[in-house]
Design a protein around this ligand. Structure first.
Ligand SMILES: *Cc1c(COP(=O)(O)O)cnc(C)c1O
Length: 385
């Protein structure tokens, strides 16, 4: 053995690929049959690991992948070969454009300049490139502003080497703002309706991310969804809205206790002396800190599961270690004992949504912040039930 595999694990992530597959099946079952499923796997599949996640999703019946850039898309090509449609969600830099052709990728286009640049490139190469146009209906990020959408469609129509494969928009606040999301939907549909030569039946028309699905309507022209977070079993904010889609978390974050010790009342814990023990206490030192992805903003705020019980973080989270209060546990824990930072242990559970809220951030960022030091391990049993 070489590399880090020969050493006992100090902090690791466990990813249940069978649960990923079950989640996918549950989400698809909640949508009408004709709706295509674009699996969003940007940022190393939300920190779950691109290779394993993508390979499992390929078996599990998705229709298309969405990634942030051409490098991520190339990784999918290497895993799955040709045949999978891949949409690049980010804008493509000019130096990246050749890879769209080499790897057979679909870019997202937001401007007439992008269309002209790629049309020239495609003509020079004697190739045709499939593309998606994006309309900005109120996110203020990529896409052409909806009132100007006809400019984009006109430019595309005269670009003979670009083939329109889809049109989409992105929601800014679908988690909680139903009214604004409806306005975005209306703007999108109006922009589409204004283009008389468009045949929506021959295109992918998509808007919904995980949160959008709460207000998804099958009556409209949509025939695809772009799902990231929800397939990993995590619900964006408004949990109750997803009750009808029974997904389960697939990601756990674990560490071990390196040392247990007793300290007198009045001891100040960790850097900056931000916590002072109110009573004689037993503390456990964990083998994980912000160098592994426990946010420093969890200092004095977080909880870890030991023996299925929530034990509060004491003082600052440090780079490699975090200190927790284990005074109230029925049995004194031993060094080496397993600790659950995110996930379930016995009767206890810490959901990533909760962990993120304690840290003052969102689940997406937590997943992207689990560092390279943390090996991802996989459960790969087949999906049943
Ligand atoms: C990341 C992303 C998604 C997926 O969003 P979730 O909230 O994780 O489901 C969909 N569309 C675009 C354009 C994205 O960038």
């Amino acid at each position: 053995m070489s590399g880090i595999e020969q050493f006992p694990r100090r902090c690791w992530a466990e990813i249940d690929l069978a649960a990923l597959e079950r989640n996918l099946i549950a989400i698809k079952a909640a949508l009408p049959e004709h709706i295509r499923y674009i699996a969003i796997v940007k940022a190393d599949a939300y920190g779950h690991g691109m290779h394993q996640t993508v390979a499992r999703l390929m078996q599990a019946g998705i229709d298309m992948f969405g990634v942030a850039n051409v490098a991520e898309a190339a990784t999918i090509r290497e895993i799955g070969g040709s045949g999978w449609s891949i949409l690049v969600l980010g804008a493509t830099l000019r130096e990246e454009a050749q890879f769209l052709f080499e790897y057979d990728l679909m870019p997202t286009l937001s401007s007439v300049e992008e269309i002209e640049f790629l049309e020239n490139m495609a003509a020079e190469r004697g190739e045709v490139l499939k593309v998606h146009l994006k309309i900005d209906t109120g996110m203020g990020r990529l896409g052409i502003w909806h009132e100007n959408a006809d400019l984009l469609f006109d430019a595309l129509r005269s670009a003979k080497h670009l083939k329109l494969d889809g049109v989409y928009t992105h929601f800014a606040h679908a988690e909680t703002d139903v009214e604004f999301t409806e306005r975005q939907r209306r703007r999108f549909m109006t922009a589409l309706a204004n283009v008389d030569w468009l045949n929506p039946k021959e295109l992918l028309i998509h808007a919904d991310n995980s949160a959008g699905l709460t207000s998804f309507s099958c009556e409209s022209a949509y025939n695809a969804v772009r799902v990231g977070l929800l397939q990993f079993g995590i619900t964006p904010y408004a949990q109750s809205l997803f009750a009808k889609v029974p997904t389960t978390p697939i990601f756990s974050f674990k560490t071990r206790i390196s040392l247990v010790k007793e300290l007198p009342a009045g001891t100040e814990i960790s850097y900056g002396r931000t916590y002072r023990l109110k009573r004689p206490s037993r503390v456990a030192i964990l083998c994980a800190g912000y160098g592994d992805g426990i946010p420093r903003t969890l200092s004095n705020k977080g909880f870890a599961l030991i023996q299925g019980q929530r034990c509060p973080y004491l003082g600052r989270v440090t780079m490699d270690q975090t200190i927790v209060d284990v005074t109230d546990l029925e049995h004194a824990p031993a060094s080496g004992e397993e600790v659950c930072l995110i996930g379930t242990q016995g009767d206890g559970e810490i959901k990533i949504e909760q962990f993120a809220r304690w840290a003052g951030t969102i689940s997406w960022e937590i997943l992207c912040s689990i560092t390279k030091r943390v090996p991802r391990t996989y459960k790969t049993s087949i999906a049943t039930g």
